[in-house]
Write a protein that binds this ligand. Structure first.
Ligand SMILES: Cc1ncc(C[n+]2csc(CCOP(=O)(O)OP(=O)(O)O)c2C)c(N)n1
Length: 609
């Protein structure tokens, strides 16, 4: 059955794209968990949840795997409203132990005999929340099981002392010593028989004195996570034990598909491919992405300024730092899945005159928000935040969308927010941010943009200024409203396309904060209506900043604020999602027409007369 499941997942993911290596590695563990536990009554809480495809297939979603990560189809992560077997919605890491502990306590309080199991990877275990939860679990005596799925990989090779510790737990020397110690300690206890039975066919055993034991969890392992004959009896035994249990399972990322085993990083989240030949480089080179623009800028800037430090919370590939690590290894820091730490670590570096650049997805900076306020903004430290995946991200869905950063950043004193419109402007915006002596975030989306080739020369954008990119030709005497569109970020280009049809003025605002108030008020005075456009939440976003500025200047002009609605946008094709939000060229044009009325002049230009 495991073979069949593995083949099914390989072929299914090869057709849809999605997470592969992690899922191939958890096939046996998933089968064993569903065999031993009474799901959905017992709760399985997967950490991150990118390894839940076998779980989805086994829980009635096999046929829907062909719709994985597509609009209206299966989500790439567990979702409570997708299946009763998905006990907890996830996608950001290191939440599983907290959630499973909450469930275990709820069961206790309600007098229910259900079990709660958290399944967490060695990468996710580097997140502080996991330790906060274990610290709590260890004294709470709740009946829960934490399973550490140790494949010695995060997305890229894991980092930090914890990783070294796991390696030591696995090493023969430690193992042998611990085994002898465990045996003598356990003699004449019921656990001795338990440990002895495991050893007959596995390396499974009870090891005292691990860090997890110190936390108050009963550590068992390491056992082979691809061997059902180890997994099933171990889980059956652990299920009966009282108090917090910890099982260390060792698996291989990409297991069973040679190419993924050999390169689990490449196959962590591939697009579509032919399993017989594996991933092949596309014939025509793909368009330059904003991530690549950032990676190139970081290397160029580091060559100019040796104070530059590049920091990533476990997203070397995703954030475009592979080349930087190679060229500037001493100035490269992968801090693990530890966004809070990444931000305060940068603050410490900045205190000492270094120039840290935190490369972080918009959605993951949410994790480091207090650190951003308390450690960076209040002390007004010059940290650059390179916010990748700003706006809608598509297939990963609501958990990964960078919808909120303009709103959550612009309310912070001392913090500036740049919203470059294209690749070249992104490079210049990063340079501009780096030249400041206060915290600055530069937000840019996933994938490619308008295709404006970045100029090698780096030039500072005059701070806090926007620019007019198109002027409305209509005069006040002519019928129809004179409209000014204020675009923040990459939606400048669809805004320009809409403006051609509407004959509207368009400003590329470049800065969400400080806002170019002079430009805003000038445009407001010269036009009959203002439209703001951004790929971020309407509530509290850049459009709100424009409304505030106009109110402050006592200018009474109709304003239409376009952006993401007050709703979580599900997974799907990004272009389709953007269109659904009315943020493609046609959507922007329609929304303007709807709001300001199709005056004859507008209608004429709209139909190209
Ligand atoms: C808070 C947060 N930061 C970063 C990520 C991106 N991310 C997704 S999976 C992953 C690696 C997880 O490693 P591990 O838990 O060992 O699972 P594996 O993929 O090895 O099975 C990372 C960093 C995330 N999901 N959440």
């Amino acid at each position: 059955m495991c073979d069949e499941l593995r083949q099914y997942i390989l072929h299914s993911v090869s057709k849809t794209g999605g997470h592969l290596s992690s899922n191939l590695g958890t096939v046996e563990l998933t089968v064993a968990l569903h065999y031993v536990f009474n799901t959905p009554y017992d709760r399985l809480v997967w950490d991150v949840g990118h390894q839940t495809y076998p779980h989805k297939v086994l829980t009635g979603r096999r046929e829907q795997m062909s719709t994985l990560r597509m609009y209206g189809g299966l989500a790439g992560f567990p979702k409570r409203d997708e299946s009763e077997y998905d006990a907890f919605g996830t996608a950001h890491s290191s939440t599983s132990i907290s959630a499973a502990l909450g469930m275990a306590h709820a069961a206790k309080l309600k007098g229910e005999n259900r079990k709660s199991v958290a399944i967490i990877g060695d990468g996710a275990m580097t997140g502080g929340m996991a330790f906060e939860a274990m610290n709590n679990a260890g004294v709470s005596m709740a009946d829960m099981l934490v399973i550490l799925n140790d494949n010695d990989m995060s997305i890229s090779p894991p980092v930090g002392a914890l990783n070294r510790y796991f390696a030591r737990l696995m090493s023969g020397k430690f193992y042998a010593r611990a085994r002898e110690g465990a045996k003598s300690m356990l003699k004449n206890t019921p656990l001795y028989e338990f440990a002895r039975r495991f050893e007959e066919h596995t390396k499974g055993m009870v090891v005292p004195g691990t860090i997890f034991e110190e936390f108050g969890l009963n550590y068992v392992g390491p056992i082979d996570g691809h061997d059902l004959d180890s997994l099933i009896p171990t889980l059956e035994n652990l299920k009966e034990l009282k108090g917090p249990q910890f099982l260390h399972v060792v698996t291989k990322k990409g297991y069973g598909y040679k190419l993924a085993e050999a390169d689990p990083v490449l196959y962590h989240g591939p697009g579509k491919f032919n399993p017989a030949e594996g991933l092949v480089a596309p014939k025509t080179p793909p368009k330059l992405t904003f991530t690549q623009v950032f990676g190139q800028w970081l290397c160029d800037m580091a060559a100019h300024d040796e104070r530059l430090i590049g920091i990533t919370p476990a997203m070397r590939e995703g954030s475009g730092l592979v080349e930087f690590e190679k060229r500037f290894p001493k100035r490269y820091f992968d801090v693990g899945i530890a966004e809070q730490h990444a931000v305060t670590f940068a603050a410490g570096l900045a205190c000492e005159g270094m120039k840290p650049v935190v490369a972080i997805y918009s959605t993951f900076l949410q994790r480091g928000y207090d650190q951003l306020i308390h450690d960076v903004a209040i002390q007004n430290l010059p940290v650059v935040f390179a916010l990748d995946r700003a706006g809608l991200v598509g297939a990963d869905g609501a958990t990964h969308a960078g919808s909120f950063d303009i709103a959550y950043l612009r309310c912070l004193p001392n913090v500036s927010v740049l919203t470059p419109a294209d690749e070249n402007e992104c490079r210049q915006a990063l340079y501009t941010a780096f030249m400041q002596s206060h915290p600055v975030a530069v937000r840019y989306p996933r994938g490619a943009g308008a295709g404006v080739v970045p100029q090698a020369e780096m030039r500072e954008i005059p701070f806090g200024t926007g620019e007019i990119r198109r002027e409305c030709t209509r005069t006040a005497a002519q019928p129809g409203k004179r409209i000014a569109i204020l675009a923040f970020g990459t939606l400048l280009y669809p805004a320009l396309a809409a403006a051609e049809r509407l004959d509207a003025t368009v400003a590329n605002m470049r800065f969400a904060k400080p806002l170019d108030v002079a430009l805003v008020t000038d445009l407001a005075r010269r036009h009959d209506a203002i439209v703001t456009v951004e790929e971020g939440t309407v509530m509290g976003g850049a459009g709100s900043a424009v409304l505030e500025a106009l109110a402050e200047a006592r200018i009474d002009v109709p304003v239409l604020v376009l952006g993401l609605p007050d709703a979580f946008i599900e997974h799907g094709d990004p272009a389709r999602l953007l269109a659904m939000c009315g943020l493609d060229a046609a959507g922007i044009e329609q929304q303007i027409q709807r709001r300001f009325g199709a005056t004859p002049a507008l209608l004429r230009t709209a139909v190209g007369q």
